[in-house]
Design a protein around this ligand. Sequence first.
Ligand code: HEM
Ligand code: FES
Length: 772
Amino acid sequence: KNSSQPQSSQGGCPVHHSGGSCPASELAAAFDPFEGPYQVDPAEALRWSRDQLPVFYSPKLGYWIVSRYHDIKAVFRDNVLYSPRNALEKITPATPEAMKVLESYGYAMNRTLVNEDEPAHMERRRALLEHFMPENLEAKQEMIRRLTREKIDGFIDRGRVDLVEDMLYEVPLTIALHFLGVPEDEITRLRSFAVAHAVNTWGRPTPDQQIEVAHAVGRFWQYAGEVIEKMRADPDGQGWMHYTLRKNAEIPEVVTDSYVHSMMMAIIVAAHETTSLASTNMFKTLLTHREAWGDVCADPSLIPNAVEECLRYAGAVVAWRRETTAPTRLGGVDLPEGAKLLIVQASGNQDERHFEDGDKFDIYRDNAVDHLTFGYGSHQCMGKNIGRMEMRIFLEEVTRRLPHLRLAEQEFTYLPNTSFRGPNDLWVEWDPEQNPERANPALRQGSVHFPVGAPSRKDIARKVRVTQVRHEAEDILGLTLEDAKGRPLPRWSAGAHVELCVGEYERKYSLCGRPEGAGYEGAILREEGGRGGSRHIHEVVREGMELKLRGPSNLFRLDEEASCYVLVAGGIGITPILAMADRLKALGREYVVHYAGRSRASMAFVPRLQADHAGRIQLYAKDEGQRADLAAIVAALPEGGQIYACGPARMITALEDLTAGLPENTLHFEHFSPHHAGLDPTRESAFEAELKDSGLTLSVAANATLLDAIRAVGIDIASDCCEGLCGSCEVEVLEGEIDHRDLVLTRAERAENRRMMACCSRAKNGGRIKLA
Ligand code: HEM
Ligand code: FES
C-alpha cells in the first residue's frame, strides 16, 4: 500500500511498508492459485484483496496479483509498460528432466500474437485480422448450428448426458479446426495434447507429471509441424492457417516459418479450450440460476447478453499475465522492472467498483460486456466473436429444445491451474417424455439469428413496475419501481443511476432510495426546455405501469476513504447527493450537505433531509435571498476532504475554478444535463482520424461522431451515455488538436490534449488527429 523498495521477487513481501509489517502478509502468503479457495471461486478468493490490497505479492507464486477492475484494465491497456511476453511462460518452471524431454522432440515454441511485443505484434495482428472480421464470421453460423443440432439429435432422447463429452468439447474443436483449415479427422489426438498444454503452461505439475506432460507437449509440437506440412501441400486450402501460410509465403519476414509452427500449436488451444470451457461454465451458471434460465427459454432475444454475463461471471480465462518493462506504480504499490503480474480477470469482473452488485449473476446487466474475459486493448482476443457466436447458438438450440434441462447431482472437478477454468464434466438430466418437440416437431428447426459482435446495449433492459408515484416538490415527480416479476432488484451504491425507457424516451435518473429498500426510488424534474422525455414521463407514468429500465450503473462513485465530505447539490442534483448522505451517515463519516434551489417549494426531499441529516444540512432558497457561498465552502474544506457535487453546469464550473489548486482527488461531480443534444451538421466540420494501432485513416462526416466512424470499421469501442458524460468512450490522442465537448475531463486533462471522448469531441476546425 505504501511506498516500496522492491527487493526480491521470491520469498516474503518485497514491499517496504512504512507502517511496519505487511498489512496483508498472512492473506498474501496464504494465497495459492493451484488449490483451495482460488480453485473453488477465484473472484471470491480475492475479495479481501479487492477491498484491502488490490496489488500484492504472492511469495508462493513469485507473482504480483492484481485484483481490481481498473488496475487490470490499465495493465491490459498499456502493452509496452506491461509486456505480454510472459503470457505463455510455464508458470511452474520445467525441471531439467522435462526440458530434456522437450528438447528430444525439437520443441521450439516461439512467441505468437498473444505474447509478443510491439512493433512486431501489431504488424502481424493486422496482417492476420481479415478472417476475423464480422462478414467472414457470419458465414460460419450455419455450420455451428448444424453441428450443434447433430449433437443434440444424438442425445435428446437419452434423458441424461455429460454435456462436455457429448457436445461442448467436440463442437468448438471441430469449429476451431474448420476455421483454421485443419483436417477434422485429428480430433482424438488433439484432445490429450490440449490438456497437456494447459497443465504445462498454467498448472503445477509434480516432477513426474512434468515428464509425462513434456512428452505430450513434444508430440503436440511435432504434430503441429506435420499438420503444417500437410497444409502446405494444399496451397489453395481454406481457413485461417492456410491464409497464414500464404502470408508466410508473401511476407516471410513478418509471418516467419517458426511463427507459423508455433501459431499452429497455440491457436488450437486459444480457439478451442477457451470456448469449450466458457460454454460449459455458461450452462452450469444458467442452470444454477433457474430464473435466468427460464427467462432465456421464454425469450431468446436475451441470449446475447446472457452469454456476456456468463463470460463476466464465470469466464473461461480467469487470469492472464504481464511483466513490467520499467518500474511503475499500480494500485498504490510500487512495482520494480521485471515484476511478473497475474492479473485476475475473474476478480476484476466482479469488482463492485465497476459492476454494481458485482457478485450477483444478472442477465439484464447493461454493462456485462465490459468484462475482461477476452482481455482488453491491443491484444484483446481476436476470436471473441467466434466464441460469442458459438455460445449463443449452443444456448439457443438447447433452451429451445430442452427448456426442462436441469443439473444432475454431481461433484464438479477442475484442472488445477491459474488461468483456464471450467468443470471437466457437466452432467445434466431431463425427462425425454417432456421434450417439447415431441408435441411440436417444428421446434427442431426454429432458430434466431444473432448478428456477429457484442450485444447492443439498447437491447438490454429489465422490466419494472411503478409501485408508487409521489409529488416530491414543485414539478418533481417521485417514483418507486420494483421488479415486474417481484424479484429483488440488484443492489446499487450511492451515486448510481438507472436509465428509464418510457415510450420512445430513454432518460437517466440517479437513485436516491435506500439501497436495502424493496424498490428503486428516483425523482424526475419536469423540464419544459428539455427534449420532452421528462414531460412525457410526468404525463404518462402511473402506478401499476410496466416500464423498461437499464442499469443500475455508477459513474459518480463515493470514495469511502476520505477524511470528510462536503456534498453540494443544486436543484434536482439532490438525488445522488441524498444517497451519498445516507451512505456516509451509515458509515459514521463526517459530512455536510449544501443544497441550493430556486425556492423551497421546488426543492425535493427537504423534510427527509431534515429528519435524517439534522444538523448537517444547509439549505439555500434563491427566492428567499439565500445563496450558497461556494468559495467559503471550498475554503473551509479540511485537508483530505472531498467534495461531491451534482447540479447545473455553472455550479460545477465554479467549483472547478475554486478547487483548481487543490489535490486532484478533491472534486467529484456529475452534471445532470448535457450541454448539447445531437450534432448540427450545418455548424460542424468533417475531420480525419488516423488510428495508429490499426493503420487506418477514418473520415468523420459533419453529421457523425468519431465513435460512429470507429465502429463503422468493425472496431469495438465501449460507450455508454453517448453524450460526453460517462467517460467510457475515451480514446488516446497522439497528435492533433481537440475540440473537447465532454463533461468528463478536467481542465488540466483537456489542456494536455492526450485523450478525448469519441462520442462527442472532435478535431479542432476540421483538422486531422492521430489516435493510439
Ligand atoms: C487472445 C480469451 C476464443 C484467438 C486471447 C486473450 C484472452 C482470450 C484472455 C488474451 C487477451 C489479451 O492479452 O488482452 C478467449 C476466450 C475465448 C476465446 C475466453 C472463448 C470464449 C478464441 C477463439 C479464437 C481466439 C475462438 C480463434 C479462433 C485468439 C487470438 C489471440 C487471443 C489469436 C491473440 C490476440 C493478440 O494477442 O493480438 N483470447 N479467447 N480466441 N485469442 Fe482468444
Ligand atoms: Fe459516455 Fe462518451 S459514451 S462519454
